[in-house]
Design a protein around this ligand. Structure first.
Ligand SMILES: *Cc1c(COP(=O)(O)O)cnc(C)c1O
Length: 456
C-alpha cells in the first residue's frame, strides 16, 4: 500500500476532467465579477483540517463560491489592461504538462521538453530576424524576462566599460517604458537616462538629443525600447535605436511583452524590422500569442552571454553542466533568474504547431483591424472622440464632457451589466477610456454596445 495521497481516485478524476471539459465548452466565457464580500471570505474558515475533506465537496465549493468571483480575463468582453485568450489546444496541453509533472529545468532531466520549447523560441527569433544561434527560455512573465535580460545587459556593459564605475552605468529608456523596466533597473542598481519623447514614441532623434544634453553620455551602456506600449500600443523606433546601439556597442533590449506578437501581423510587421538588432527581446505568449498564464518568451541574440550571468553553480548541480556541448545540451535554467521551472513553454508550442502560423496571423490581425474599425466608429459618433490614432490593438478615446468620476462609474456599471470590462486610463494627465483588444471573438457589435452606454 502506498501513501493515500498518491492513490488514484477514478471518480474524482472524472469529476475534474468533466469540470475542465465543461469549462472549455463555455462559449463565450462570461465576464463574472472579481470581488468577494467579507462574509463570503468567511466561508473558507475551518476548511483546512487534520483529516482532510472530500475532494468532490471542495470542488463543488470552489465552483459555487470561488470560481465565479473572478473577472474572466479570457472573455471576449474583457478589454481592460491586457487580456489573455488561450487557445483550446494550449489549455488542453497545459493539462498534459500538469498531469505529467513536466519539469523544464535542465537537459539532463527534460531534453524532450527542452527541444520543443526551443523550437518555439527559435521560431520567434527567426521571425524577429535574429541570426541563427539566438535562443533563450520561457519565464513566468514579462517582468522577470525584462529583469533577466537587463541583468545580462548590465554585466556586458560593465565588461565593456571597465573605465566607468559599475554604479555609474545607465540605460536609456523612454518615459513610456513599462513599469517593470523601472523596477528592473532599480533592482539591478542601474540609473535610467529618462529620454523625453514627442507623442510618446522613443526615436533615435530623441536619444541623440538626450545624450547631447547629458553631462555623462558615456555612462549609457544600453537602450531599452518598447515594441508596443501597454497603454497605447506605440512601437518605438526599433530600427533607429537598434542600429545606433549596434554601431556604439550598446545593449539593445526590446520589451515586446504585449506588442511583440505583432510579428504575426500582416499589416504592421514592417515596424518590427528593427527587432533584428536586439540583443534581448521578450514577448508574452500569455498575452497576444494566445497561451495560458504564466508565460513569457525571453530571446537573446547570443545566449552564451546570458548563460554566463545566470547559471547557478553548486556542488549538487555540477552534473547538469559537465560534458556540456554548447549547441546541444541546453539547460533552460541557465538563461534567466530561476532554477526549477515548469515546462511552461509547451502549451504555446503545442498550440503553434497544431493551429499553424496562418491561424496566429489571422488571430493577431483581427484585433488590429478591430481597433482600426472601432476608432473610425468612435469618430463617427458625436459624443466620443479618439485621443490618438489606434495603434496595434489599443484605442484610447474620450467621452466629451466626462470627469474621472463619470469614467469610473461607467466602468463599474458596464461590468455589473456584464456588457464589458473596460477600465479608464490616464493619458497626459487626462482620464480617458481604453480598449485593449486581443480575443479574436470580440466583435464590432460588442464595441457598439459599449459605445452606446456612453450616450447622453
Ligand atoms: C505586460 C507587460 C509587461 C509585464 O509583463 P508580465 O508578464 O505582466 O510580467 C512588460 N512590458 C510590457 C510592454 C507589457 O505590456
Amino acid at each position: 500500500m502506498g501513501h493515500p495521497m498518491f492513490e488514484f481516485d477514478p471518480e474524482f478524476s472524472d469529476a475534474i476532467f468533466e469540470y475542465c471539459r465543461q469549462r472549455l465548452h463555455v462559449d463565450p466565457v462570461p465576464l463574472d465579477f472579481g470581488s468577494l464580500h467579507a462574509n463570503d471570505i468567511g466561508s473558507l474558515d475551518g476548511l483546512i483540517t487534520d483529516e482532510g475533506r472530500s475532494p468532490t465537496s471542495i470542488l463543488e465549493f470552489f465552483e459555487r463560491e470561488l470560481a465565479p468571483a473572478v473577472v474572466s480575463i479570457d472573455s471576449p468582453r474583457f478589454l481592460a489592461f491586457i487580456p489573455n485568450a488561450p487557445t483550446k489546444n494550449s489549455l488542453l496541453f497545459d493539462m498534459v504538462v500538469a498531469c505529467s509533472g513536466l519539469n523544464g529545468t535542465s537537459w539532463l532531466e527534460s531534453a524532450g521538453v527542452v527541444v520543443a520549447e526551443n523550437q518555439a523560441l527559435e521560431f520567434l527569433a527567426e521571425r524577429m530576424g535574429l541570426p541563427k544561434g539566438a535562443g533563450g527560455v520561457f519565464v513566468s512573465g514579462g517582468s522577470i524576462g525584462n529583469l533577466s535580460a537587463l541583468a545580462v545587459g548590465r554585466d556586458v556593459g560593465r565588461a565593456r566599460r571597465r573605465d566607468i564605475a559599475a554604479h555609474e552605468l545607465r540605460f536609456a529608456i523612454s518615459e513610456d517604458a513599462h513599469s517593470s523596466i523601472g523596477n528592473a533597473l532599480h533592482i539591478l542598481g542601474i540609473e535610467p537616462l529618462l529620454v523625453p519623447t514627442n507623442d510618446h514614441r522613443f526615436t533615435i532623434e530623441n536619444l541623440r538629443a538626450a545624450l547631447a544634453n547629458d553631462p555623462h553620455p558615456e555612462t549609457v551602456v544600453g537602450i531599452v525600447a518598447t515594441a508596443g506600449t501597454t497603454n497605447a500600443g506605440i512601437i518605438d523606433d526599433l530600427e533607429g535605436l537598434g542600429s545606433y546601439a549596434r554601431e556604439h556597442e550598446l545593449w539593445f533590449h526590446v520589451d515586446g511583452a504585449y506588442g511583440g506578437a505583432a510579428i504575426f501581423s500582416t499589416t504592421v510587421r514592417d515596424e518590427f524590422r528593427g527587432l533584428r538588432h536586439a540583443d534581448s527581446f521578450i514577448v508574452d505568449p500569455h498575452k497576444w500569442l494566445f497561451g495560458p498564464l504564466d508565460c513569457a518568451a525571453l530571446v537573446y541574440r547570443d545566449p552564451i552571454q546570458a548563460r554566463r550571468v545566470h547559471t547557478q553553480q553548486a556542488g549538487y548541480l555540477d552534473v547538469l553542466h559537465e560534458g556540456t556541448v554548447e549547441s546541444f545540451d541546453w539547460n533552460p535554467s541557465d538563461f534567466a533568474i530561476h532554477l526549477s521551472r515548469r515546462a511552461r513553454g509547451l502549451p504555446f508550442w503545442f498550440s503553434l504547431v497544431t493551429n499553424g502560423v496562418n491561424a496566429y496571423e489571422t488571430a493577431v490581425q483581427s484585433s488590429i483591424d478591430l481597433a482600426q474599425r472601432s476608432a473610425e466608429r468612435i469618430n463617427e459618433l458625436d459624443f466620443v472622440e479618439v485621443v490618438r490614432p489606434a495603434s496595434l490593438s489599443i484605442v484610447l478615446f474620450r467621452r466629451l464632457g466626462w470627469t474621472p468620476e463619470h469614467y469610473n462609474e461607467w466602468s463599474k456599471q458596464l461590468l455589473r451589466d456584464q456588457v464589458a470590462f473596460v477600465t479608464p486610463t490616464k493619458w497626459e494627465g487626462e482620464t480617458v477610456a481604453r480598449f485593449a483588444f486581443l480575443h479574436p471573438n470580440t466583435t464590432d457589435v460588442m464595441v457598439d454596445e459599449i459605445l452606446d452606454t456612453m450616450r447622453l
